[in-house]
Design a protein around this ligand. Structure first.
Ligand SMILES: NC(=O)C1=CN([C@@H]2O[C@H](COP(=O)(O)OP(=O)(O)OC[C@H]3O[C@@H](n4cnc5c(N)ncnc54)[C@H](OP(=O)(O)O)[C@@H]3O)[C@@H](O)[C@H]2O)C=CC1
Ligand SMILES: O=C(CO)COP(=O)(O)O
Length: 331
């Protein structure tokens, strides 16, 4: 089976290397010449992994036509690019493929989950199924083969198993799941909570604060995910609490890092002016804030991070307002 990974950024490179390690037929497609040439000529992707030497059999190309004879297509681009990539590849496909989504977030305008976007823009004749391969997995650690566990989530159980077997090895353990709504809302929302975690650290708060944020953030993730149609128990798995833990407490997380800078400056202006990295939680905070307001779901942390990012609210005041909300039981 031939796999094409689309997106030569950090996650696409790390996942393509996993498949090389597993002896699979894989090629990485990207639209950035510098990244592709670096991989092909130097076995490195220095823009993302400074000193990591990549698998010698990892090949990368600027030619999107490689998707034509693929059996499996892995999408590793930011959520804002998912629609355009699907539109670009659909006319090129010659087989019915499994599309593996690895992005975490929602469509920036329609607020759809990413599996829904893929089903809308890849024609049924070309789409065998969608599998989301998601969970706690910083690319910086997977690329140096540190032990990691994630989940292949799909409405098609057989294809979830295909993807599980394709990617599993002695450093990457892949579970399967079928709660697409719960898992995809979980991995999206944890990014917004991770921005808040960074803000609180940047403001100088400590471990107690982070534990409180993660616990109450999880409560919001469950409330929102269940209202969208997901199962509560999914949120105590890898695509819920697992991904929340790794993103809220890791120096690798770009969501955490962005929040940290905002907290340190006690202001989000510099983030909007200078950030060039993929920080999915920022858009997710907006999508979830809007959806939750429409559906009447109580999301105090997401609403505060939305106010900091989009309404210029002072982060310190946001933290204080969260502490001084009406007192209530923990539920
Ligand atoms: N990094 C990680 O540890 C993990 C990331 N994810 C998720 O994976 C998704 C991708 O993130 P990540 O790899 O980190 O992001 P990066 O910013 O590291 O890389 C994104 C890559 O996608 C490329 N790209 C953007 N638009 C297109 C397009 N239209 N066609 C082809 N390539 C395109 C970018 O190219 P260019 O540089 O030219 O813009 C870049 O190479 C996100 O949703 C993220 O949440 C999930 C798990 C782990
Ligand atoms: O999703 C991730 C880890 O599971 C990556 O997190 P960041 O996008 O915050 O770096």
């Amino acid at each position: 089976m031939k796999t094409v990974v689309i997106g030569s950024g950090s996650w696409g490179t790390a996942l393509a290397q996993v498949l090389c390690d597993n002896g699979q037929d894989v090629i990485l497609y990207g639209n950035c010449r510098e990244q592709i040439e670096d991989i092909e000529q130097n076995h490195r992707n220095s823009m993302f992994f400074e000193d990591v030497e990549l698998h010698p059999d990892l090949h990368a190309t600027l030619e999107v036509e490689v998707v034509a004879d693929a059996d499996i297509i892995v999408l590793s681009v930011p959520t804002i690019a998912i629609e355009s990539v699907c539109r670009q590849i659909d006319p090129l496909l010659k087989k019915s493929v499994i599309v593996v989504n690895t992005s975490k977030g929602f469509h920036p305008e329609t607020n759809e989950r990413i599996s829904e976007v893929i089903r809308r823009f890849i024609s049924p004749a070309h789409l065998h199924s969608v599998v989301s391969l998601i969970g706690p997995s910083h690319a910086e650690e997977v690329v140096i083969r540190l032990l990691t566990a994630i989940c292949a989530v799909s409405l098609n159980d057989d294809d979830a198993k295909v993807i599980q077997e394709l990617f599993s090895n002695d450093y990457l353990r892949v579970y399967t799941g079928n709660d697409e709504i719960g898992s995809e809302t979980g991995v999206a929302l944890k990014n917004a909570i991770a921005v808040a975690s960074g803000v609180l650290s940047g403001l100088g708060y400590g471990d107690n604060t982070r534990a409180a944020l993660m616990t109450r953030g999880l409560a919001e993730m469950i409330r929102f995910g269940v209202a969208m149609g997901g199962k509560a128990e999914t949120f105590i798995g890898l695509t819920g609490i697992g991904d929340l833990i790794v993103t809220c407490s890791s120096r690798h997380s770009r969501n955490f890092q962005a929040g940290y800078e905002i907290g340190k400056a006690n202001d989000a202006q510099a983030f909007w002016k200078y950030n060039k990295k993929t920080v999915e939680g920022v858009r997710t905070a907006k999508v979830v804030h809007e959806l939750a307001e429409k559906m009447g779901i109580e999301m105090p942390i997401v609403n505060e991070i939305y106010s900091v990012l989009y309404e210029g609210k002072d982060p310190k005041r946001s933290a204080r307002d969260l502490m001084l909300r009406d007192l209530k039981p923990e539920a």
